[in-house]
Design a protein around this ligand. Structure first.
Ligand code: ISE
Length: 322
């Protein structure tokens, strides 16, 4: 993802300069920097964040490093776009939120880019227009071709993949969650088996989420919002259909980077605008949203382990996060 964000800065954010590419493997940083005409390369994240020639930071490192790097950006008063999740730990998310509050200004944008995807934006607009009546249920399917590597654990279906749905469903519905139940098909012997979650919201709605990190056939994201008088669902986003040999076929993306390419660029443009003007995006996710996703993921993991419905208890929403 770091390489993808570098490409977006270099190719799509014309008012930005890709100043430094930082990676623990300097050779990898160099290859990305050469491909994106970055000014410099390093393997020192703290030094990069504090550089005078760096105005803003994009974090796309492993999940476990996100919170500490955000804290370093806040300490240097550098606006930061942090890839999701802000942290898998809700406590760490609160630490970042409190540090940002002490800094006296908003600095952290969290990379829940689905909010920028046209399908979810049309869903939210349709709901907000009243066309569907009061929302009752939102169904979500999140299917990856296969897990990205051996370090992707079964729990990460909930703590790494599902935060996208936790966030975008509460963003579209405009509510918070009250409880979660989680189930896994005992038949699956995959190292990261599918998970089904059913969440209740504070507005008495239901959100269903299927996460399948080893769907095999393609990268397939689906959503349907069901209201009292209508429903709106996400169409396939294939740009072409091939008709041949008595059949008609459309293809799937291999992963999220193509499927949400436009959303990543829109997210980056809103971040750049935030850096330049200090006006935080009306669409993007903030620290509170990062905390909300983490607290739901923690409850989802508990629900899966316990086999029972788990309450989701969040702190009161600080005024500054409204
Ligand atoms: C990955 O980290 C992402 O953010 C992708 O959008 C998601 O589809 C995938 O399941 C996650 O592992």
């Amino acid at each position: 993802m770091g390489a993808d964000h570098a490409r977006i800065v270099a190719r799509d954010l014309k008012c930005a300069t890709l100043q430094v590419v930082c990676d623990m493997k300097e050779t990898r940083a160099r290859s990305v920097a050469d491909a994106c005409d970055a000014v410099d390369v390093t393997s020192d994240p703290a030094g990069t964040i504090s550089r005078q020639d760096v105005d803003a930071v994009i974090i796309a490192t492993p999940d476990s490093t996100h919170a500490s790097l955000c804290l370093a950006c806040i300490a240097e008063s550098k606006p930061v776009l942090c890839e999701k999740p802000l942290s898998r730990s809700s406590t760490d998310c609160l630490e970042v939120m409190e540090a940002e509050h002490r800094a006296g200004r908003q600095l952290v944008q969290v990379g829940f880019m689905r909010r920028f995807d046209r399908a979810y934006r049309e869903m939210k607009a349709s709901l907000d227009s009243g066309a569907l009546g009061r929302p009752l249920i939102m169904h979500n399917f999140h299917r990856n071709v296969e897990t990205p590597g051996a370090d992707f654990t079964a729990a990460m279906a909930i703590t790494n993949s599902a935060p996208h749905e936790f966030d975008v469903a509460r963003h579209v519905l405009g509510t918070e969650y009250r409880d979660v139940s989680a189930f896994r098909p005992e038949r699956s012997d995959a190292l990261v088996p599918p998970v089904i979650m059913v969440l209740g919201t504070e507005d008495d709605q239901l959100v269903t989420i299927e996460i399948n990190n080893n769907a095999a056939y393609g990268y397939d994201i689906r959503a349907e919002l069901v209201g009292e008088t209508g429903s709106i669902s996400m169409n396939d986003v294939a740009y072409t259909r091939t008709d041949a040999g008595l059949s008609s076929t459309t293809g799937y993306d291999t992963d999220w980077r193509n499927r949400f390419a436009n959303a990543y660029v829109s997210q980056g443009r809103d971040f750049l605008d935030f850096v330049e003007t200090g006006n935080f995006s009306l669409v993007a996710a903030n620290c509170w949203d990062g905390y909300a996703a983490a607290i739901v993921a923690e409850a989802g993991a508990r629900a899966l382990d316990s086999g029972s419905r788990c309450a989701i208890r969040m702190i009161g929403k600080p005024e500054v996060c409204e």
